[in-house]
Design a binder for this molecule. Sequence first.
Ligand code: SAM
Length: 261
Amino acid sequence: MPRQDPPHRAKKSLGQNFLTDPNICRKIVDALAPSADDYIIEIGPGQGALTEHLVETGARRLRALEMDYDLADRLAERWPGLDVVRTDALKFPWDELNDTGPCKIIGNLPYNVGSKLIWDIVSKVETLSRAVFMVQHEVALRLTAEPGTKAYGGLTAWVKNYCDTRYLFKVPPTVFRPRPKVDSAVVRFDPFPLTDRPVDRERLSGLVKLLFQQRRKQISTILRKRMKPEIEEWFQKEGVSPSLRPENLTPTQFRSLSLIY
Ligand code: SAM
């Protein structure tokens, strides 16, 4: 007789809000445009709401990173062909994917780790051909914000140096169990060709963090101790006043300024 597993009790600490609407799940998976030849990685498959649709695409190389060992065991039992990795996605060596050819990454991300994961993935996975993530609605707005707006922040400036981001659609709490307190939204990430991505991650991340830690101050005030003719010339050449705030610099300007600050 097949084993009868007791029903799973959602763990709040792991951000477990499971999708219950198959139409939304299909829409999210479709946004990845998966094909049988793709190497696809799902973060936080949970009870397999998205995984089911990924399996249906016939994808032959499907890997799922799940931190809840109980759920991971159930997934491995249900789909023996699925490569289930029992791990914390925050500790996953994302740059090792650069040895395996093009990949796509998808996930209904746990809210508490979504931004950090996206920060790492877009910058470390050089072989990423597309990613689709569901995140808190407010984070989706940040990921897709334009310079000069309230939602534009360090995460925006960083991610938009690596990818084109597109806000796809909003998802209400009613399609989850248990229901989260906030709206969610799905964002698509289309990475730039490698030659158009930042050459110096460390310098860029240093500048983004330095400026956005004090986002209400003028850029010239934050950079006062670092001011030198090269930086003054940079502002002139870009036609940017140093008395503006960090949110007024475009992602590309962050990149070029990071090379000289
Ligand atoms: N994909 C499923 C769905 O849409 O119904 C579950 C999504 S739920 C919001 C997040 C999932 O990520 C849970 O299954 C949770 O156990 C898992 N998770 C939480 N933190 C994680 C981490 N750091 N690394 C890997 N998985 C994690």
